[in-house]
Design a protein around this ligand. Structure first.
Ligand SMILES: C[S@@+](CC[C@H](N)C(=O)[O-])C[C@H]1O[C@@H](n2cnc3c(N)ncnc32)[C@H](O)[C@@H]1O
Length: 278
């Protein structure tokens, strides 16, 4: 039997979801909780949404909390999603950074972060661009970090294996053959690209800092779910982690204007990226 989310239960749920992952659900999103959490109610034997939220808050293992995060967040992604940011990488950001970093001799270092990486396609698309552009990657010290709040998608990203539908979304058959190894109906990213990447769980709304700044940060299609104050906090924190000459890339339908004074937009062909104000 379907358990209905009562109108008066919604405020507690909105607050709880916003607290655990920043996703803002207004009163019209009750149906989303009903459809996405219905099976969890059955699994934990909760007879109402109020009981489920109480159980989640009381659960010290955070297992239930993680299951709720996984049910509520949208993990939609694909290889080379929106293409323009990857043209920007290929034709502008990477060549500019390599030029600057090569001038002082030694091995060129690049640090890239796919924040809210979902199942890893954004991080590996970046790896593919780097491989195609630079050829012999052993001449460079390149690290790509992928982070996401969901353990489940981080595990998938880390494994680096995809089904036919996933590789066909955004990759040509040629690119699949060049960069993946097929095993039955699964395709695994090749070791040379996999070796550049590491993945870990991280909530973008909790305080974060890194020992070295990033040359490129992708933070696409996640802040759209946050409230304005959370967006402001996120972009200000990202600005602090960006190298002086680094670039922040956000989603095609997103803007940070009004959210972060420290960053200014730069245009290249069809793309906009953000750099720290000099
Ligand atoms: C729509 S996907 C975007 C994936 C990829 N960046 C892209 O544009 O294709 C949004 C991702 O944000 C993650 N997410 C949601 N809230 C988050 C938070 N507070 N911290 C980190 N990741 C979060 C979700 O788990 C999901 O994988």
């Amino acid at each position: 039997m379907t358990v209905v989310l009562r109108r008066e239960e919604m405020p507690a749920w909105s607050r709880y979801i916003q607290d655990i992952c920043g996703v803002h659900l207004d009163d019209s999103k009750g149906y989303l909780l009903e459809t996405r959490l219905g099976s969890l109610l059955v699994e934990v034997n909760a007879s109402s949404f109020s009981e489920l939220v109480q159980k989640a808050k009381a659960d010290r293992t955070t297992r239930l909390r993680n299951k709720i995060i996984e049910a509520i967040t949208t993990n939609e992604t694909s290889f080379f999603r929106d293409s323009a940011p990857f043209d920007l990488l290929r034709h502008k950001l990477i060549p500019d950074l390599i030029d600057k970093r090569s001038s002082n001799g030694g091995r060129v270092t690049l640090r890239i972060w796919s924040a809210a990486c979902s199942t890893g396609q954004e991080a590996y698309s970046t790896g593919i661009v780097l491989k195609e552009l630079l050829g012999d990657l052993s001449r460079y010290d390149i690290r790509i970090l992928g982070t996401d709040i969901s353990n489940k998608v981080v595990a998938h990203a880390s494994y680096g294996e995809y089904n036919r539908l996933e590789v066909e979304r955004g990759l040509s058959p040629d690119a699949v053959a060049r960069h993946f190894i097929r095993s039955g109906d699964r395709w695994k990213i090749r070791d040379e690209i996999r070796a550049m990447a590491s993945f870990r769980t991280m909530n973008l709304l909790e305080p974060f800092s890194f020992p070295t700044p990033f040359d490129i940060i992708f933070c696409r299609n996640v802040a759209i779910y946050f409230t304005d104050p959370d967006r402001t906090r996120l972009f200000q924190n990202l600005a602090k982690c960006l190298a002086k000459d680094g670039g922040l890339i956000i989603g095609a339908t997103e803007s940070i204007s009004g959210f972060c004074q420290e960053l200014e937009p730069k245009r290249y062909l069809r793309s906009v990226f953000y750099q720290r104000k000099q």
